[in-house]
Design a protein around this ligand. Structure first.
Ligand code: OAD
Length: 251
C-alpha cells in the first residue's frame, strides 16, 4: 500500500483511474452496511463478539437445532428490514451505469445493494431473504419477517428448508465464482469497501485482480487484510467517501 498518500491524494488517484476505465469491479463487506445500522461481524459490537459462529452459521448447527438457527436469522432479518440503503449503496448502484463492464461482488446477505438498485451483482455468501430446500434444492424468496413458520418448510415439496447462506465449512457456488474470476482477469479498477478480509475471499480476489494488472483501492476506516494489497487506501466511512468519489468522477 502507498501509506504516504493522504486521503485526498488516494481519492484523486482512484478517481483518475475510474474516469478513463472501461471495466470496474467493486467488492463489499459488512462495513458498507454499518452506516445503515446493520451490525458487522468483527470489531466493536460485531456479531461474532456476541454469538458463536459454530453454534449458528454452520451445517452442524442447523442439523442440531434448526429452530435456533432460523430464529437467529429471523432476528437479523428484522434488523435488515428496518435498515435503509445508505449513500455508499446508492453510489455503488449508480456506478453500474457508468461502465459497459461492471460487477459488484458482495459478501453481504442483507439485500441492501439490491434495494439500492444494483443489478450486475454476485452475492457470493447468499441472501438472507431466501431459503433453500435441503430435500429438493429449490431456492425461494422468504419476504416475511417475523417468519410465519420456523423451521421454514419448502414451498415446493414441504421438505426442511435452510437459509440460503454460505456457512462456515461450506463451499462457494462454483458457477458464480467462475464468473467472478473471469471478470477480474480483465478488470481495470477494483474497489474494495468495508471488509476485514478475515474471511479471505476478498484478499484472494484482490490479489488475482492486482496480478492481472488492475488498480486496487480500499475504503475502510481501519487497516484490514486488504490494505497491503491496495494501490490507494481511503481511510474513512464508505457513506462519506463514496459520494465524494462520485463527485470527483463528474458527469
Ligand atoms: P467484518 O465484520 O469482518 O469487517 C467489517 C469491516 O468493515 C471492518 O474492516 C471495519 O473496519 C469496516 N467498517 C466498519 N464501518 C465501516 C464504514 N462505515 N465504512 C467502511 N468500512 C467500515 O465483515 P466482512 O469482512 O464482511 O459471512 O466479513 C466477511 C464474512 O464473515 C461475512 O460475510 C460473514 C462473516 O462470517 C457469513 O456469515 C457467511
Amino acid at each position: 500500500m502507498n501509506d504516504s498518500m493522504s486521503n485526498d491524494e488516494a481519492l484523486e488517484a482512484l478517481a483518475e483511474r475510474m474516469r478513463t476505465a472501461a471495466s470496474v469491479a467493486v467488492i463489499t463487506g459488512a462495513g458498507i452496511s454499518a452506516e445503515s445500522g446493520v451490525p458487522t461481524f468483527r470489531g466493536d459490537g460485531g456479531l461474532w463478539k456476541n454469538y458463536r459462529a459454530e453454534e449458528l452459521a454452520t451445517p452442524g448447527a442447523f442439523q442440531r437445532d434448526p429452530e435456533l438457527v432460523w430464529s437467529w436469522y429471523d432476528w437479523r432479518r428484522g434488523i435488515c428490514a428496518k435498515a435503509e440503503p445508505n449513500p455508499a449503496h446508492l453510489v455503488t448502484a449508480r456506478l453500474e451505469d457508468r461502465y459497459k463492464d461492471f460487477l459488484l461482488i458482495t459478501q453481504n446477505v442483507d439485500g441492501l445493494h439490491g434495494r439500492a438498485g444494483s443489478r450486475r451483482m454476485a452475492e457470493i455468501h447468499g441472501n438472507i431473504w431466501r431459503g433453500r430446500c435441503t430435500a429438493c434444492g429449490d431456492v425461494f424468496d422468504t419476504p416475511e419477517t417475523p417468519l410465519p413458520e420456523i423451521p421454514v418448510p419448502c414451498p415446493s415439496c414441504g421438505g426442511r428448508a435452510r437459509p440460503h447462506i454460505v456457512w462456515f465449512g461450506e463451499s462457494y457456488d462454483s458457477d458464480l465464482m467462475e464468473g467472478v474470476y473471469r471478470f477480474l482477469m480483465n478488470v481495470e479498477v477494483l474497489l474494495v469497501i468495508g471488509t476485514s478480509g478475515m474471511v479471505s475471499m476478498p484478499v484472494v480476489l484482490a490479489d488475482q485482480a492486482r496480478r492481472a494488472g488492475a488498480f486496487v483501492a480500499e475504503v475502510n476506516p481501519n487497516p484490514s487484510e486488504l490494505s497491503s494489497l491496495a494501490h490507494a487506501v481511503l481511510r474513512g466511512k464508505a457513506g462519506e467517501l463514496l459520494p465524494e468519489l462520485e463527485r470527483r468522477l463528474g458527469n
